[in-house]
Design a protein around this ligand. Structure first.
Ligand SMILES: [Fe+2]
Length: 273
Protein backbone atom coordinates (compact mmCIF):
# COMPACT_ATOMS: atom_id res chain seq x y z
CA UNK A 1 0.00 0.00 0.00
CA UNK A 2 2.98 2.25 0.37
CA UNK A 3 3.05 2.38 -3.42
CA UNK A 4 -0.37 3.94 -3.60
CA UNK A 5 0.76 6.81 -1.40
CA UNK A 6 3.13 8.03 -4.06
CA UNK A 7 1.06 7.16 -7.08
CA UNK A 8 -1.99 8.81 -5.52
CA UNK A 9 -1.20 12.20 -7.00
CA UNK A 10 -1.45 10.81 -10.47
CA UNK A 11 -4.62 8.93 -9.75
CA UNK A 12 -6.33 11.99 -8.29
CA UNK A 13 -5.58 14.37 -11.16
CA UNK A 14 -7.91 16.98 -9.63
CA UNK A 15 -4.91 18.15 -7.59
CA UNK A 16 -2.88 19.42 -10.52
CA UNK A 17 -4.47 22.76 -11.48
CA UNK A 18 -4.76 23.69 -7.78
CA UNK A 19 -1.55 22.45 -6.17
CA UNK A 20 0.59 23.32 -9.20
CA UNK A 21 -1.03 26.65 -10.04
CA UNK A 22 0.83 29.93 -10.23
CA UNK A 23 -0.50 33.27 -9.12
CA UNK A 24 1.69 35.23 -11.53
CA UNK A 25 1.50 35.21 -15.30
CA UNK A 26 4.77 33.34 -15.93
CA UNK A 27 3.65 29.74 -15.97
CA UNK A 28 1.75 27.93 -18.63
CA UNK A 29 -0.02 25.95 -15.95
CA UNK A 30 -2.69 28.53 -15.29
CA UNK A 31 -3.67 28.34 -18.94
CA UNK A 32 -4.37 24.62 -18.88
CA UNK A 33 -7.78 23.57 -20.03
CA UNK A 34 -8.05 21.82 -16.69
CA UNK A 35 -8.14 25.12 -14.85
CA UNK A 36 -11.45 26.02 -16.43
CA UNK A 37 -13.25 23.57 -14.20
CA UNK A 38 -11.56 22.84 -10.88
CA UNK A 39 -14.18 20.30 -9.81
CA UNK A 40 -13.78 17.27 -12.05
CA UNK A 41 -15.85 14.17 -11.58
CA UNK A 42 -14.20 10.78 -11.84
CA UNK A 43 -15.01 7.52 -13.60
CA UNK A 44 -12.79 4.48 -13.12
CA UNK A 45 -12.73 1.14 -14.86
CA UNK A 46 -10.71 -1.99 -14.22
CA UNK A 47 -8.38 -3.01 -17.02
CA UNK A 48 -6.15 -5.99 -17.84
CA UNK A 49 -3.16 -3.90 -16.80
CA UNK A 50 -4.74 -2.28 -13.72
CA UNK A 51 -7.08 0.69 -13.95
CA UNK A 52 -8.08 3.66 -16.07
CA UNK A 53 -8.99 6.75 -14.07
CA UNK A 54 -10.88 9.37 -16.08
CA UNK A 55 -11.46 12.92 -14.85
CA UNK A 56 -14.26 14.81 -16.58
CA UNK A 57 -14.33 18.59 -16.72
CA UNK A 58 -17.02 20.63 -18.40
CA UNK A 59 -15.57 23.07 -20.94
CA UNK A 60 -18.88 24.53 -22.08
CA UNK A 61 -22.49 23.55 -22.48
CA UNK A 62 -21.74 20.99 -25.19
CA UNK A 63 -18.19 19.84 -24.53
CA UNK A 64 -16.30 17.86 -21.92
CA UNK A 65 -12.56 17.61 -21.40
CA UNK A 66 -11.42 14.18 -20.25
CA UNK A 67 -8.04 13.39 -18.77
CA UNK A 68 -7.52 9.66 -18.47
CA UNK A 69 -4.62 8.50 -16.30
CA UNK A 70 -3.57 4.86 -16.26
CA UNK A 71 -2.44 2.81 -13.29
CA UNK A 72 -0.55 -0.32 -14.26
CA UNK A 73 0.06 -3.00 -11.65
CA UNK A 74 2.13 -3.28 -9.67
CA UNK A 75 3.41 0.34 -9.53
CA UNK A 76 3.34 2.34 -12.75
CA UNK A 77 1.26 5.40 -13.51
CA UNK A 78 0.82 7.26 -16.81
CA UNK A 79 -0.08 10.93 -17.21
CA UNK A 80 -1.95 12.33 -20.23
CA UNK A 81 -0.41 14.97 -22.51
CA UNK A 82 -1.14 18.69 -22.34
CA UNK A 83 -1.65 20.68 -25.52
CA UNK A 84 1.29 22.90 -24.57
CA UNK A 85 3.49 19.99 -23.52
CA UNK A 86 2.83 17.28 -26.14
CA UNK A 87 4.64 14.48 -24.37
CA UNK A 88 3.60 11.31 -22.64
CA UNK A 89 4.88 10.87 -19.12
CA UNK A 90 4.72 8.37 -16.36
CA UNK A 91 6.33 7.10 -13.20
CA UNK A 92 7.52 3.87 -11.68
CA UNK A 93 6.96 3.96 -7.91
CA UNK A 94 9.52 1.40 -6.81
CA UNK A 95 9.63 0.38 -3.14
CA UNK A 96 13.04 0.76 -1.48
CA UNK A 97 11.98 -0.34 2.01
CA UNK A 98 8.91 -0.01 4.23
CA UNK A 99 9.29 3.77 4.51
CA UNK A 100 10.76 4.88 1.20
CA UNK A 101 9.76 4.79 -2.44
CA UNK A 102 12.02 5.80 -5.30
CA UNK A 103 10.08 7.43 -8.09
CA UNK A 104 11.48 7.12 -11.61
CA UNK A 105 10.00 9.41 -14.22
CA UNK A 106 9.97 8.90 -17.96
CA UNK A 107 8.74 11.29 -20.60
CA UNK A 108 8.60 10.95 -24.39
CA UNK A 109 6.83 11.90 -27.57
CA UNK A 110 5.38 8.76 -29.13
CA UNK A 111 6.41 9.54 -32.72
CA UNK A 112 9.37 11.91 -32.66
CA UNK A 113 12.33 12.90 -30.49
CA UNK A 114 11.61 15.31 -27.66
CA UNK A 115 12.58 18.85 -28.69
CA UNK A 116 16.00 19.91 -27.43
CA UNK A 117 14.40 22.66 -25.36
CA UNK A 118 12.23 20.16 -23.52
CA UNK A 119 15.20 17.91 -22.80
CA UNK A 120 17.03 20.94 -21.46
CA UNK A 121 14.11 21.70 -19.12
CA UNK A 122 14.13 18.16 -17.77
CA UNK A 123 17.86 18.27 -17.19
CA UNK A 124 18.36 21.77 -15.84
CA UNK A 125 14.90 23.24 -15.29
CA UNK A 126 13.32 26.52 -16.27
CA UNK A 127 11.04 28.97 -14.45
CA UNK A 128 9.98 26.70 -11.65
CA UNK A 129 10.40 23.40 -13.41
CA UNK A 130 14.01 23.42 -12.22
CA UNK A 131 13.11 21.44 -9.16
CA UNK A 132 11.13 18.93 -11.15
CA UNK A 133 11.88 15.29 -11.42
CA UNK A 134 15.16 14.97 -13.22
CA UNK A 135 16.84 18.24 -12.41
CA UNK A 136 20.49 17.63 -11.58
CA UNK A 137 20.34 20.20 -8.81
CA UNK A 138 17.58 18.46 -6.88
CA UNK A 139 19.64 15.72 -5.28
CA UNK A 140 21.94 15.49 -2.29
CA UNK A 141 24.52 12.79 -2.79
CA UNK A 142 24.72 10.42 0.16
CA UNK A 143 27.40 8.05 1.30
CA UNK A 144 27.94 5.25 -1.18
CA UNK A 145 26.78 2.70 1.41
CA UNK A 146 23.27 4.23 1.41
CA UNK A 147 20.94 2.57 -1.10
CA UNK A 148 20.23 4.76 -4.13
CA UNK A 149 22.87 7.19 -2.82
CA UNK A 150 22.63 9.50 -5.84
CA UNK A 151 18.86 9.96 -5.70
CA UNK A 152 17.95 11.51 -2.36
CA UNK A 153 16.09 14.77 -2.80
CA UNK A 154 17.23 17.91 -1.04
CA UNK A 155 13.55 18.83 -0.43
CA UNK A 156 12.51 17.07 2.78
CA UNK A 157 10.07 17.26 5.67
CA UNK A 158 12.92 18.46 7.87
CA UNK A 159 13.46 21.62 5.81
CA UNK A 160 9.75 22.16 5.11
CA UNK A 161 10.35 21.22 1.47
CA UNK A 162 11.99 24.65 1.22
CA UNK A 163 8.68 26.45 1.50
CA UNK A 164 9.10 30.15 0.74
CA UNK A 165 6.52 32.61 1.98
CA UNK A 166 7.57 35.28 -0.52
CA UNK A 167 7.11 32.82 -3.34
CA UNK A 168 3.58 32.15 -2.13
CA UNK A 169 2.94 35.90 -2.25
CA UNK A 170 4.44 36.40 -5.68
CA UNK A 171 4.53 33.24 -7.77
CA UNK A 172 3.51 29.75 -6.63
CA UNK A 173 0.11 29.11 -5.05
CA UNK A 174 1.78 26.55 -2.79
CA UNK A 175 4.93 28.51 -1.97
CA UNK A 176 6.89 25.37 -2.83
CA UNK A 177 9.63 25.70 -5.44
CA UNK A 178 8.54 23.57 -8.37
CA UNK A 179 6.16 20.92 -9.56
CA UNK A 180 7.83 17.84 -8.19
CA UNK A 181 8.46 19.41 -4.77
CA UNK A 182 4.77 20.27 -4.57
CA UNK A 183 3.84 16.67 -5.32
CA UNK A 184 6.50 15.27 -3.01
CA UNK A 185 5.42 17.48 -0.10
CA UNK A 186 1.85 16.22 -0.38
CA UNK A 187 2.84 12.62 -0.89
CA UNK A 188 5.31 12.36 1.95
CA UNK A 189 4.54 15.39 4.10
CA UNK A 190 2.20 13.66 6.53
CA UNK A 191 4.27 10.71 7.74
CA UNK A 192 6.13 7.80 6.18
CA UNK A 193 3.12 5.53 6.78
CA UNK A 194 -0.16 7.32 7.26
CA UNK A 195 -3.03 6.00 9.39
CA UNK A 196 -5.67 5.78 6.68
CA UNK A 197 -8.48 5.25 9.19
CA UNK A 198 -8.15 9.00 9.80
CA UNK A 199 -8.69 9.96 6.18
CA UNK A 200 -11.73 11.79 4.85
CA UNK A 201 -12.06 10.57 1.30
CA UNK A 202 -14.37 12.46 -1.05
CA UNK A 203 -15.86 11.80 -4.47
CA UNK A 204 -12.67 12.92 -6.21
CA UNK A 205 -10.89 10.09 -4.36
CA UNK A 206 -12.84 7.42 -6.26
CA UNK A 207 -9.73 6.45 -8.18
CA UNK A 208 -7.63 6.32 -5.01
CA UNK A 209 -10.13 4.01 -3.28
CA UNK A 210 -10.40 1.70 -6.29
CA UNK A 211 -6.65 1.58 -6.78
CA UNK A 212 -6.09 0.58 -3.16
CA UNK A 213 -8.70 -2.14 -3.55
CA UNK A 214 -7.00 -3.33 -6.73
CA UNK A 215 -3.62 -3.42 -4.94
CA UNK A 216 -5.03 -5.31 -1.97
CA UNK A 217 -6.70 -7.83 -4.26
CA UNK A 218 -3.47 -8.28 -6.22
CA UNK A 219 -1.50 -8.80 -3.00
CA UNK A 220 -4.11 -11.31 -1.79
CA UNK A 221 -4.09 -13.19 -5.09
CA UNK A 222 -0.31 -13.53 -4.90
CA UNK A 223 -0.40 -14.60 -1.25
CA UNK A 224 -3.21 -17.12 -1.70
CA UNK A 225 -2.63 -18.50 -5.18
CA UNK A 226 0.77 -17.24 -6.26
CA UNK A 227 -1.02 -15.30 -9.03
CA UNK A 228 0.97 -12.35 -10.39
CA UNK A 229 -0.48 -9.18 -11.97
CA UNK A 230 -1.13 -9.63 -15.67
CA UNK A 231 1.66 -7.35 -16.87
CA UNK A 232 4.38 -9.21 -14.95
CA UNK A 233 4.41 -12.08 -17.42
CA UNK A 234 2.52 -10.47 -20.27
CA UNK A 235 4.26 -7.18 -21.06
CA UNK A 236 1.94 -6.57 -24.02
CA UNK A 237 -0.71 -5.72 -21.42
CA UNK A 238 1.30 -2.53 -20.81
CA UNK A 239 0.86 -1.29 -24.40
CA UNK A 240 -1.30 1.52 -23.19
CA UNK A 241 -1.31 5.31 -23.17
CA UNK A 242 -2.84 8.01 -21.04
CA UNK A 243 -5.07 10.31 -23.11
CA UNK A 244 -6.58 13.80 -22.96
CA UNK A 245 -9.75 14.09 -25.02
CA UNK A 246 -12.09 16.93 -25.84
CA UNK A 247 -15.42 15.27 -26.62
CA UNK A 248 -19.05 16.18 -27.15
CA UNK A 249 -20.98 15.90 -23.93
CA UNK A 250 -22.87 12.84 -25.13
CA UNK A 251 -19.74 10.90 -26.17
CA UNK A 252 -18.31 8.05 -24.10
CA UNK A 253 -14.65 8.45 -23.13
CA UNK A 254 -14.31 4.67 -23.06
CA UNK A 255 -15.57 4.24 -26.62
CA UNK A 256 -13.73 7.22 -28.15
CA UNK A 257 -10.67 6.74 -25.99
CA UNK A 258 -10.15 3.02 -26.62
CA UNK A 259 -8.16 3.29 -29.89
CA UNK A 260 -6.01 6.10 -28.50
CA UNK A 261 -5.37 4.34 -25.19
CA UNK A 262 -3.95 1.35 -27.08
CA UNK A 263 -0.27 2.10 -27.73
CA UNK A 264 1.26 1.32 -31.12
CA UNK A 265 5.02 1.75 -31.31
CA UNK A 266 5.97 4.82 -33.32
CA UNK A 267 2.39 6.00 -33.87
CA UNK A 268 1.51 9.60 -33.02
CA UNK A 269 -1.21 10.68 -30.61
CA UNK A 270 -3.93 10.15 -33.26
CA UNK A 271 -6.11 12.97 -31.98
CA UNK A 272 -5.99 16.73 -31.56
CA UNK A 273 -4.39 17.70 -28.26
FE1 LIG B 1 1.19 16.75 -9.29
Amino acid sequence: MQLAAGAGGEIDSAHAPILHSRIDSKGAINKWLATRDLRPTFECIRQDFGMSIAAKRQLDEHTNYWRVNQFMLPFYSLVPPQSKFPELSGHAWVPMDDNHTICLMFSYHPAEPLPAKMREVFEHGHNGRESAHASQDSFVKRDATVPYADYWTKYTRDNGFMFDYQSQVESWFSGLPGLWVQDGACQSGTSPIFDRTKEHLSSSDTGIAMTRRTLLEAAGAYRDRGAKPNGVENPDAFMVRAVSLTLPKTASWIEFGRPHMAATLGAGFGYQL
